[in-house]
Design a protein around this ligand. Structure first.
Ligand code: BG6
Length: 484
């Protein structure tokens, strides 16, 4: 990395640091020429020496960096830039020690990355400020979930906003850093082809799925307090919906893009009262099998409270109250311990106005499938004639496998987003009013669930979720796109 900056990582020995942040920095360091201008300090409660921290980092990074990309030489060069300091977020003394490490260079970019629970954000920002560490060249990165509800999200934003100005605050949603999500922006606004069709006249429904096969990955205690709605819908799914539904912005500057995303969030029709049960399915997995191996029920996972009602699955029928999208259902779905790992956006176009050929199925003829995971691809389904006698018309696909088209290594979302923070580019980060609008929409749902006596619907691990999820969409004559 030819850039000069200090990366000050709170939660430096935590899960996110080890699984995502250090590997992302390793790749950026390895793949750039001049690499000595930056340095990182991991901060945490554990009393680790620098050597112990490097050993811990090495042990984890070996697991999260592809074997073909790992070399001892690249690792030693990377590790030279790393350091560690024990720090108690609530102890002002400890920030002085951090200030000694940082030194006087006020114009140097300082990235304060808060990979900690949000309850510590205020204490950390105040500690940094008291130690004189916040300069105009400083940025703070806030990991999700930012709050548990509207009130707590507002409180966090107030507290952080008292120390950092809005352009210094990077609220991260790593889905916005994924290559395919940016490709969707390119696809929509770099071509004339789709725009005339991208509205209620031609789109029948939109489906956005993020299905995971993994369970709680050792984070049971955290997850049980959060659940799928806060963990995935509030951030990733709503952000994907924004990119699909937003109006063409005048440019890709941060505020122009974010203004358009905000309009989408504000156009979401409220789901409250009786509508919550009618339009939302929440589920919790029971014991089942993943890859033919038995897995326990959510309630039997470590860290889960007895009788917990935390949802591990959500399906929502959302709608936007605006001219472009009125009446078009946006089906959102996410879950842990599902049948497949799959993240995709499917745009179903309406059927032809006058069917000239024998219908092949009830499915619409045209759809655009944007797959984010497990592989990144774009696919447009069209009807074409099968060779031979007669007009036998069947679906075919125009398929672009991005990894084959561009045979370069795909950057992980965190690589791109970290470098954007260093360069001060806010386009792919959420603004305060976006976060507020997302929480405002979720607030009545959370309240309803809190009052409700209904437990989440059960589904067996290794399936596509509760049957009610299929019913939700079948009521409109639609079906989830699922390939087994
Ligand atoms: C995180 C959630 O934001 O995203 C996790 O907290 C989830 O629960 C993860 O597993 C999924 O990210 P990805 O990139 O693996 O789909």
């Amino acid at each position: 990395m030819s850039e000069t900056f200090d990366f000050i990582l709170f939660g430096g020995s935590g899960d996110l640091a080890m699984r995502k942040l250090l590997p992302a920095l390793y790749y950026r360091h390895r793949d750039s020429g001049d690499t000595s201008g930056w340095r990182l300090i991991g901060l945490g409660r554990h009393p680790l020496s620098r050597e112990e921290y490097l050993n811990l980092a090495l042990e984890h990074c070996r697991r999260h960096i592809a074997a073909k990309d790992f070399s001892e030489a690249a690792w030693s060069a990377f590790a030279r830039q790393l350091d560690y300091l024990q720090l108690d977020a609530n102890d002002l003394q400890d920030y002085r020690a951090l200030a000694d490490w940082v030194g006087q260079a006020d114009s140097r970019v300082r990235v304060f990355y808060l990979a900690t629970e949000p309850g510590l954000f205020a204490a950390i920002c105040n500690g940094l400020s008291a130690a004189g560490l916040v300069t105009p060249a400083s940025r703070v990165v806030l990991e999700k979930p930012l709050g548990r509800d509207l009130a707590s999200a507002r409180r966090i934003n107030e507290e952080v906003g008292a120390i950092f100005s809005e352009p210094q605050i990077f609220r991260i949603d790593h889905y916005l850093g994924k290559e395919t999500v940016q490709n969707l922006i390119a696809l929509r606004f770099g071509n004339v082809l789709l725009e005339p069709l991208w509205n209620r006249s031609w789109v029948r429904d939109v489906q956005i799925t993020i299905a995971e096969m993994v369970g709680l990955e050792g984070r049971g205690d955290f997850y049980d307090r959060i659940g799928a709605l806060r963990d995935m819908v509030q951030s990733h799914l709503l952000q994907l919906l924004c990119i699909v539904a937003m109006e063409p912005p005048a440019n890709i500057e941060a505020d122009t893009m974010r203004d358009e995303k905000l309009k989408v969030l504000r156009a979401l029709r409220p789901i409250a009262g009786e509508d919550v049960a009618a339009r939302i399915v929440r589920g919790q997995y029971h014991a089942g099998a993943i890859d033919n191996k038995p897995v326990p029920a959510y309630l039997d996972e470590p860290g889960i409270a007895a009788g917990s009602r935390t949802e591990t699955f959500v399906a929502i029928k959302a709608e936007l109250g605006n001219w472009r999208w009125a009446g078009v259902p946006f089906y959102l779905r996410t879950g842990k311990r599902m049948q497949q790992r799959l993240a995709e956006i499917v745009i179903h176009f309406r059927g032809v106005p006058h069917p000239m050929f024998r219908a092949v199925s009830g499915e619409p003829a045209n759809r655009l499938v944007i797959t984010l995971q497990p592989d990144e691809s774009l696919r447009l389904d069209l009807m074409a004639k099968v060779p031979g006698e007669g007009m036998n018309v069947q679906p075919i696909s125009l398929d672009v496998a991005l990894s084959e088209t561009y045979q370069t290594r795909q950057w992980d979302a965190y690589e791109r987003l970290i470098m954007d923070v260093v360069h001060g580019k806010l386009t792919l980060f959420m603004r305060r009013d976006e976060l507020d609008a997302a929480w405002q929409w979720l607030e009545p749902i959370l309240k309803d669930w809190q009052k409700s006596t209904q437990p989440p619907r059960p589904y067996a691990a290794g399936t596509w979720g509760p049957t009610a999820s299929s019913t939700l969409i079948a009521r409109d004559g639609n079906a989830w796109r699922e390939e087994s």
